[in-house]
Design a protein around this ligand. Structure first.
Ligand SMILES: [Zn+2]
Length: 590
């Protein structure tokens, strides 16, 4: 959780060698789509990269730039009125991002898109003015054309920037180097009539000839060395330009669901360092493009490091950006803000005298409702709920034996909805006092289930897309309360799976079987996997396997775990997929 000595050394070296680069970023770069993670996109990618670049000091405080939303006048220079009009409809944006229309708060999504596009435009102006590289932490929407949107690209930020600069009198040569794993069809369409441009691309997907693009198609699993060779050849053919756009795609990574090139993080960094050196005297604007693995943010952060320090040093393996960020915020939260000062109010006196019903004043004997609400505000969670369309939040505590219940309610369209419900208890697990989570529900009642957003076992409405944040908050609460960890009983595969980085089953053999299950179901999506387990279609050593909802714990200090026993069971257990079985209804609960 904390930054170790290796990261500290890293910061010092980074400070020593860095060169100036402007970095464009806004907290609203996170797309407010609660179902986005379902399609494999982590909406936190820009945040994670920004937090790392800030914390590692690879980017100096003075280099951060805040974007402004691009105007519809500038968007209209490239895009047809029909396309721009369609983007005011949830159905059109839902199709672009692969989510359900009920999940699209149009104005907030367009705010994100317009901020990113405004940043690419302003970064291009700044690159020409200041002649130093610019990095925009969202953008490179290379599949959108003048009259078409798709593939996570609602508008074409590069196209809008070029057309606008041309209107402002820029007559120099523009080069676009597209290193995303997919071809720049939308960039080619957007620049088709531009008088002086070149587009080069390295792709791992064969979409046929893309007119106007110097395309190198690489086979699946190309890997670092062959990729870097092809890059060198493309750079040798790249003409000198007066302004370059680089799409430093994150979907080149090995294991990417949509890209097939199979690069390592080190290979992606070498790519960026080489291109940065090649473009040394050319004003350049760098953009992230796609990226569909949990490590995509490291490619983007690595692009920032390549630009500022030319460093090839990896981001420490154990650095978890969300944990580091939340722990930092928690350290700065004063205790007296979270808890009760201990003074009796008139209300307390009235309750004590039996003049009014008792309220539960403290959660777990510590947090006041106002204190917890304040903390959620500081962690940015209420802001996210706000962007999803909720406001006027209210926190409630009451008794729900064997635990205490906390509920977060929020208003939308004049109605109050239950958004979060948790039942918590301090109790001992494996001999240690832990924060026990009997129940945790994250609900987005505005969103609906559909083909794009299927119902997971145990859900009554779709989730909020904030499970990772909730896990970090529970860990920090346990830490604040002096407990050894956080524990819960995952009732389904999909409620254990996302927790697997922090949590482990108390029973080492159970943990071994879980790790074997994750290994053997790796080819299935999370939805397919959890349904297969739930429907009894998964076999353990040939026999139908019933999910074992045992306790999992996130140990905050050290894990009292027998590593050998875990490994033994993991190697022994073999899971396979069998034919559909009679459905056994899994126990209710989270
Ligand atoms: Zn791509």
């Amino acid at each position: 959780m904390a930054v170790g000595p290796r990261a500290l050394l890293y910061r010092l070296r980074a400070l020593w060698r860095r060169r100036e680069v402007d970095v464009w970023y806004d907290e609203a770069y996170r797309l407010p789509l609660s179902g986005l993670e379902f399609s494999g996109v982590d909406p936190r990618r820009s945040d994670f990269a920004a937090w790392w670049l800030r914390e590692s000091k690879a980017v100096a405080p003075a280099w951060w730039r805040t974007p402004r939303r691009v105007s519809y006048a500038d968007l209209s220079r490239l895009h047809t009125p029909e396309l721009l009009e369609s983007l005011s409809r949830p159905e059109a944006l839902a199709a672009v991002f692969g989510v359900d229309p009920s999940d699209v708060p149009v104005d907030e999504v367009m705010r994100t898109v317009r901020l990113a596009t405004g940043a690419t435009l302003e970064a291009a102006r700044e690159a020409l003015r200041r002649r130093r590289p610019q990095l925009n932490l969202l953008g490179g929407f290379h599949h959108a054309g003048p009259g078409s949107a798709g593939g996570n690209c609602p508008v074409n930020d590069i196209g809008v920037a070029v057309v606008t600069l041309r209107a402002e009198g820029f007559a120099g040569k523009v080069a676009v180097l597209d290193l995303d794993a997919h071809p720049p069809d939308g960039v080619a369409a957007s620049l088709a009539t531009d008088p002086d441009h070149w587009i080069g691309s390295l792709s791992g997907s064969d979409w046929g000839a893309v007119p106007g693009v110097e395309e190198t198609l690489l086979p699946p699993g190309t890997g670092d060395e062959a990729y870097l060779e092809a890059l060198a050849a493309l750079l040798a053919r790249m003409p000198r330009s007066d302004l370059a756009f680089v799409i430093a795609g994150g979907d080149v990574l090995r294991g990417d669901r949509l890209g097939r090139l199979g690069l390592t993080l080190g290979g992606a960094r070498r790519r960026d360092v080489r291109v940065a050196a090649h473009l040394d005297r050319t004003p350049s604007v760098w953009l992230p493009g796609g990226g569909y693995t949990p490590h995509a943010w490291k490619v983007l952060a690595g692009t920032g490091m390549a630009l500022s320090t030319r460093s090839l040093e990896p981001i420490p393996e154990d650095y978890d950006p969300l944990a580091a960020r939340f722990a930092g915020i928690a350290r700065r939260l004063p205790v007296e803000l979270l808890s009760d000062p201990g003074e009796l109010t008139a209300d307390d006196l009235a309750e004590a005298l039996g003049m009014r019903p008792q309220r539960q004043r403290l959660l777990l004997g510590f947090y006041t409702a106002a204190g917890l609400e304040h903390a959620l505000q500081r962690f940015g969670i209420l802001e996210q709920l706000g962007r999803l369309g909720y406001g006027h939040f209210r926190l409630e505590f009451d008794q729900a034996p064997p635990g205490e219940r906390v509920r977060i309610l929020g208003e939308s369209d004049g109605q109050e909805h239950l958004l979060v419900e948790a039942v918590l208890e301090k109790r001992r697990v494996a001999g240690h006092p832990v924060l026990y989570v009997h129940w945790l529900m994250l609900r987005n009642p505005r969103a609906q289930f559909s083909d794009r957003r299927p119902r997971l076992p145990g859900q009554d409405v779709p989730g909020l897309g904030l499970a990772r944040e909730a896990g970090e908050v529970l860990g920090l609460m346990a830490l604040r309360l002096g407990l050894a960890g956080v524990a819960y009983r995952p009732a389904h595969y999909h409620t254990a799976f996302p927790a697997r980085d922090h949590f482990a089953f108390v029973d080492p053999a159970r943990q071994g079987r879980f790790e074997a299950l994750v290994r053997d179901l790796a080819d299935l999506s999370l939805l397919e996997a959890t349904r297969a387990v739930d429907e009894g279609r998964v076999l353990l050593d040939g026999e139908p396997y019933a999910w074992e909802p045992h306790e999992m714990v996130f140990w905050l200090r050290e894990a009292p775990h027998e590593v050998g026993e875990v490994a033994h069971e993991r190697e022994r257990a073999r899971f396979t997929l069998g034919p559909p079985q009679a459905r056994s209804d899994a126990p209710a609960g989270p």
